[in-house]
Design a protein around this ligand. Sequence first.
Ligand code: ADP
Length: 209
Amino acid sequence: MTSRPLIIGVTGGIASGKSTVARAFARYGIPWVDADDIARDIVAPGEPALDEIRRRHGADILLEDGSLDRRALRDIIFADEAERRWLESVTHPRIRARLGERLASFRQGDVPYGLLVSPLLFESGQRELVDRCLVIDVPESLQIERTARRDGVDEAQARAIVAAQMPRDERLSRADDILTNDGNEQHLADRVAELDRQYRTPGGLPPTR
Ligand code: ADP
């Protein structure tokens, strides 16, 4: 039996609306943890993952204040697939463990349910941390438009980022619930209200995949 409260994994591609959706749920008092924040926390100075990265790449991978030079590391893993895999082997288990701790505190708390918001829910083994998955889905053209506008990149760059992520169909095939974010923010808020009602009465939810 699943322990209560439920934890819902919220995922989607770049600029699909994950943060906007999390903020909409927060208006109902729903707590969330953002996997991107945790990914930054686990490579902060003093963290074992940062020591491992420094041992592999040398002190040049650190900035003067001892923090990680993210741009240098990004350049390395962009150019070398094996280094990307090595980095993931160091970071992903630690991110998962830290997320697990945060979610355990939600489960013990007095909340109706909690959210794990993560762009890599399916790609980095985080699915096992949640009870069901809500996929935020947008048509690719709108996703590219929203990425370009928010991040100040041109359309070709936005297209390349989207192309490097999990294909839309594959993400959708793993969804338990879908929020189609192709309308205005009111449309999004209405769908969140509907999901909130459902997540508060988990007995009535359709089974997970
Ligand atoms: P993610 O967290 O998935 O990267 P965001 O929540 O940051 O995505 O949304 C990406 C951008 O699209 C933001 O600028 C956000 O304000 C905008 N956005 C999200 N949903 C909508 C919507 N329904 N209507 C208009 N703009 C939206």
